[in-house]
Write a protein that binds this ligand. Sequence first.
Ligand SMILES: CC(C)(COP(=O)(O)OP(=O)(O)OC[C@H]1O[C@@H](n2cnc3c(N)ncnc32)[C@H](O)[C@@H]1OP(=O)(O)O)[C@@H](O)C(=O)NCCC(=O)NCCS
Length: 207
Amino acid sequence: MSNYIIRLEEKKDYREVENLVRESFWNVYRPGCSEHYVIHVLRDDPAFIPELDFVMEQDGKLIGQNMFMKTVIEADDGRTIDVLTMGPIGITPELKRKGYGKAILDYSLEKATEMGFGAVLFEGNIGFYSHCGFDYASKFGIRYHDLPEGEDASFFLCRELIQGYLDGITGVYQTPKGYYVEDSDVEEFDKAFPPKEKLKLPGQIFD
Ligand SMILES: CC(C)(COP(=O)(O)OP(=O)(O)OC[C@H]1O[C@@H](n2cnc3c(N)ncnc32)[C@H](O)[C@@H]1OP(=O)(O)O)[C@@H](O)C(=O)NCCC(=O)NCCS
């Protein structure tokens, strides 16, 4: 890892960041990917937090990004608890597994903490996120929306930014609506990018 900076995303970066996210997620979770369109849509969502929309730059090139959205836990006692969700987060393919992902994540979590947010919850692989203080959300008593009881919830992670923020709370986390996009819209949006081959690969979790 060398001479990188982390800064807020600017309007002029939008297309480069979308391409970076496309490169980073392509064929990882499904043939092709939708995340470049997801960020395109999320930036206009009222839940989007521009002060927590980061890019990582090295030698004038963008090599990573991460963003946050506001959402809530609907607590079993009737309260609505404000929390953050996160992502997409991506590192350019040629620099994966060199520590850049952890660096931008640690930095952005520090900024979210400084802004006074209490907790971050989202879907991810504990293998990476445990390095940045995340644990299973079930350990905090938080359930994933629409997931039947008894189903594997190990993809659903949580980190408190204010220690004890979720003490005494049980409830259901809601993914912001903006993350759900139509396949046909993704297809249309993708046409503006350089052609890339969609492949079915082992380890993908969606068709
Ligand atoms: C996931 C991602 C952001 C991680 O960033 P990165 O720079 O590659 O990861 P780091 O080098 O900072 O990883 C730190 C540690 O986390 C763990 N880790 C990283 N990626 C992992 C993965 N995919 N699965 C399991 N553990 C992982 C490793 O222990 C790693 O240390 P090691 O390489 O010395 O073993 C990046 O690989 C990426 O962009 N992937 C494609 C898009 C994606 O999956 N985004 C996340 C969606 S939830």
